[in-house]
Design a protein around this ligand. Structure first.
Ligand SMILES: Nc1ncnc2c1ncn2[C@@H]1O[C@H](COP(=O)(O)OP(=O)(O)OP(=O)(O)O)[C@@H](O)[C@H]1O
Length: 219
């Protein structure tokens, strides 16, 4: 089986400062992997490197395809990247959810309202949020709306940056339930021990280096 994500000796430098150093790992279909480590250790940079937001030295691969200026669009289209403060790109939540379906490639997949409600409920949100302004919803709500958009598009690869840190217990459980789906592959950043316990693998970073790989409970 080929990995969905592979980093082969990846380094990233921003303005001559090395922020990732020689990172190698692979993520296989259906796996849930979490990056942990101190603040500033490079966790979010790993996610950003995968979607081409950093210039990288070394190889970043999606399936067998290397990340290059020519492939970056394909990689982004296949991935649901949920950053700490997602930009939803629309005025209302309904518009944000339907935004990708305006484009030709997804036009005939436009979900009916019932489907929007179903996905929102799965994430412990109600349909009332559809008419709210994106500028007036919380960071945790924005992340769940970005997640809902990924689910509506049928994406199977999720890059999640601290998506449970701002959530109450019920919303967090809803997110856990969504990602208990064995079809979904997840590369996440988290500190939350409950999230770590649900992941197959924990990659620990320290000062931009991958220093340890373990499963929960195995120190
Ligand atoms: N665009 C950038 N320009 C300059 N420095 C950057 C940039 N992006 C990241 N860095 C630096 O790279 C290092 C790693 O940042 P990163 O956001 O990946 O850390 P993190 O482990 O995710 O931190 P946190 O847990 O606080 O979110 C930090 O020192 C950060 O200041």
């Amino acid at each position: 089986m080929n990995p969905i994500i592979r980093f082969d000796q990846v380094s990233v430098a921003v303005r001559e400062k090395t922020i990732l150093s020689n990172i190698s790992f692979a993520l296989f279909p259906g796996e849930k992997t979490v990056l942990c480590g101190k603040s500033g250790s490079g966790k979010s940079s790993v996610l950003r490197a995968f979607i081409g937001l950093h210039a990288v030295a070394g190889g970043v691969y999606f399936q067998q395809m290397q990340l290059t200026p020519a492939s970056v669009h394909t990689i982004r289209s296949a991935t649901a990247y949920i950053g700490q403060e997602p930009i939803l790109g629309a005025e209302t939540v309904r518009e944000a959810l339907l935004l990708p379906f305006q484009f030709k490639i997804h036009r005939n997949q436009r979900p009916p309202d019932a489907r929007l409600g179903e996905v929102l409920n799965r994430l412990h949100l109600t349909v009332d949020i559809l008419k709210r302004k994106c500028s007036r919803i919380s960071g945790g709500e924005k992340q769940r709306i970005a997640l809902a958009r990924g689910l509506l598009l049928g994406k199977s690869l999720y890059l999640l940056d601290e998506i449970t840190s701002a959530l109450d217990a019920e919303s967090k459980q809803a997110v856990f339930d969504v990602f208990s789906d064995p079809q979904l592959t997840v590369l996440s950043v988290a500190h939350d021990t409950e999230w770590l316990a649900r992941c197959d693998r924990i990659l620990e970073l320290d000062a931009g280096r991958l220093v340890r790989e373990r499963t929960y409970g195995n120190a």
